[in-house]
Design a protein around this ligand. Structure first.
Ligand SMILES: [Zn+2]
Ligand SMILES: [Zn+2]
Length: 136
């Protein structure tokens, strides 16, 4: 619990009960959950929780850099507690999102001339059929 509170405070987020629960869930579930998944998992223990609160909290977490928002799946926005640079692979068959190491050469994009624009986020998305689905 303390780790979660420290993480929120470290990103200037006031640690309310609901925010702590959502951040904790994200840190414990590295499956890139959606708003619906988080809401369904937490609502039995926090009856006052609404989907809007989950959505708004995730928005704050992303804006403050405590989590990252993934738009790899066009049907659902996913969230990731891992904010270090890494790539994502979406399986078109099962919908699972996998973490992949990010190539050092790719990270160098930051150093290229962005014509005066300030880059704040870089996303690397790969899509295909995952190794588990390929075996079936
Ligand atoms: Zn798959
Ligand atoms: Zn990830």
């Amino acid at each position: 619990m303390e780790v979660v509170v420290e993480r929120l405070q470290g990103h200037n987020i006031k640690p309310s009960v609901q925010r702590i629960a959502i951040m904790k869930y994200l840190m414990e579930h590295r499956t890139h959950p959606t708003v619906d998944e988080i809401y369904t998992a937490l609502s039995p223990t926090i009856p006052t929780l609404s989907k809007t609160t989950v959505y708004n909290t995730l928005k704050i977490l992303s804006e403050q850099g405590a989590a990252q928002t993934l738009t790899i799946d066009e049907r659902n926005t996913c969230y990731d507690a891992d904010t270090t640079p890494h790539s994502h692979f979406l399986c078109k068959r099962c919908g699972r999102i996998y973490d992949l190491p990010c190539d050092d050469a790719i990270k160098k994009v930051v150093d290229t001339d962005m014509d005066g624009h300030e880059v704040q986020e870089i996303h690397y998305y790969y899509k295909g059929i995952c190794k588990q689905c390929k075996e079936d």
